[in-house]
Design a protein around this ligand. Sequence first.
Ligand code: G3I
Ligand code: 9MR
Ligand code: ZN
Length: 582
Amino acid sequence: MSIFVNQLGYYRQGEKRAIMPFETNQFWLVNEAGETCYEGETLLFGFDKSSGDMVTEADFSEYTLPGRYRVKSVRNEDEQVIAEYSPWFEIGDKVYDKLAYDLMKAYYYLRCGCELTEEFAGPYVHKACHTEKAQLWGDESVLVDATGGWHDAGDYGRYVTAGACALSHLLYAFRMYPAAFEGRSYQIPESGNGTPDILNECRYELEWFLKMQREDGGVYHKLTTAQHAPFVMPEEDKGQLYVFQVSSSATADFAAICAMASQSFRPYDEAFSEKLSKAALKSYAWLGAHPECIAFKNPEGNGTGEYGEWDDASNRFWAACELYSLTGEKKYHEDLENFYRERNFPRTALGYGEVGGFGMLAYLLSKQGKKIELMGAFFREIVQDAAQRVRISEECGYGVSMLDWEYTWGSNMNVMRQGMLFAIVDFFGLEDKVKAAAKTAGLPQKRWRRPGEVEEPYVQGMREPRSWSMRDHAAAQLDYLMGCNALGISYVTGNGENAYNYPHLRPAFADGIEACMPGMVSGGPNRHRQDEKAKEVIPDGTPAQKCFADEVDSYSLNEITIYWNSPAVFTLAFLMAKEMNP
Ligand code: G3I
Ligand code: 9MR
Ligand code: ZN
């Protein structure tokens, strides 16, 4: 047992809480000299469904003196009084600076097609990898030169829709919270070239994107070997590379992100911006000529990631929104309106499959002419979703906006996505509306049920509503990621006293270095235990938040991906910008 906190710490202003999985009345903040600096009374939250524990909250928000602390409390067991401590953490205004650096530097470690040198990678070097041309699957006469980009994850594949999702999180973070990135170097080869490093890093992926576009504007869905490589360094993965069939979701995401990036790069590199804009228009034209969904499915004999989608409405909506934002042309406005009104897709999703929320962001942030009814409709969708999310946070002892059945493969992405949503509410000044709507908000329905499964009323916790700001709600999601969770684990390597260290990440295993490269976000708890190792180590009936193990073999619990880091970058950028300018 222990006391759970954000293991990096807390900004001076805003909510600060520790969570204890036991009942107790009092807690203390102790400094490094062993002195008690603060004492307070705890608050019993009650039973927390996602962790399966009775939880108690220690709120020290009013304590703002910078320093290093841990929380101490006591509990009774068999008539004995046992002292419990949290890990050490800090209160101050730089507590997340290293995290912000590491989360972005992670992308450099994932670069494909180039050598990682000691100058930039420290001990985590590797030789240039995956430098050969790729064959078109099923037609060896077509060779595509598409080196570069980021490895997707623990595997060495590169996938367009996954890349677009990560780029979107990163580029929107930069567009909405530039102050969180200005003047920050990630010590990458391009640093100091006059362009912000977040753009330099994104460009590495975008240059690869451009190579995945076919002459006619269609975009290959992915570039991988036939099967996943064994756990070797990337330069030792010598399997034949393939590009796979063009899909409409990849083509739409490509058009969207190139249009978006074209705007981001315009102040720094006019020629590159132009190139991106041309590529976006070309892929959009291809979509026009192919109005039906061209879904991707792994062909027989291919076992790498699929990222299959059977509906591309949200992708096309996003593309139309970005092209409208880029050009201001009426036809894109018509398209986006048609998709919005006629097609059914989750409006506010910010994922790798469902991307409607990116489309809304594109429209709402665009400087082109806009329709007030459409803006109103988008704001209403955001408010509705966020109101539910607030309610869910309030019903969770940890303040994390997740129902127990939402802890699926890559759950940490969902947690950070909720952080993004709270940030977006704050950005557009919708906080009061969300708070009002939260009072009567329902809970999201399961979209997927077993045959015959009946939905039970969802009772998560018992606490009175909290009166948190969107900033505090977003901070609680980060607190969870950084250790204020039922396992007391920090899900970011190299960050926090009890950080996980053994991701399902090929180079991290194959390099023989004990400490994983820092800044990698784990997928996190997955109650479906979708691999052999997870089945072996997670007992039946384990509460959702505890379905995790720091096991290298467990890809359904402990892999990393480019689109699990990126929503953390976004949420953190919001918190940093808020701290600089409350
Ligand atoms: O959302 C549903 C939920 O409604 C349902 O009840 C539940 C039942 O199984 O499933 C949930 O969906 C899960 C989905 O992820 C969303 O979490 C699926 O089970 C699960 O199989 C799916 O996992 C995906 C996984 O690939 C397998 O397809 C992950 O999202 C996705 O991130 C992951 O991506 C892989 C790439 O293919 C290859 N590279 C590594 C990367 C990360 O593991
Ligand atoms: O290592 C692979 C991981 O990156 C993927 O997310 C996962 C699902 O596609 O697959 C992993 O590869 C496993 C393969 O699917 C089955 N054999 C064991 C592989 C892990 O070593
Ligand atoms: Zn590579």
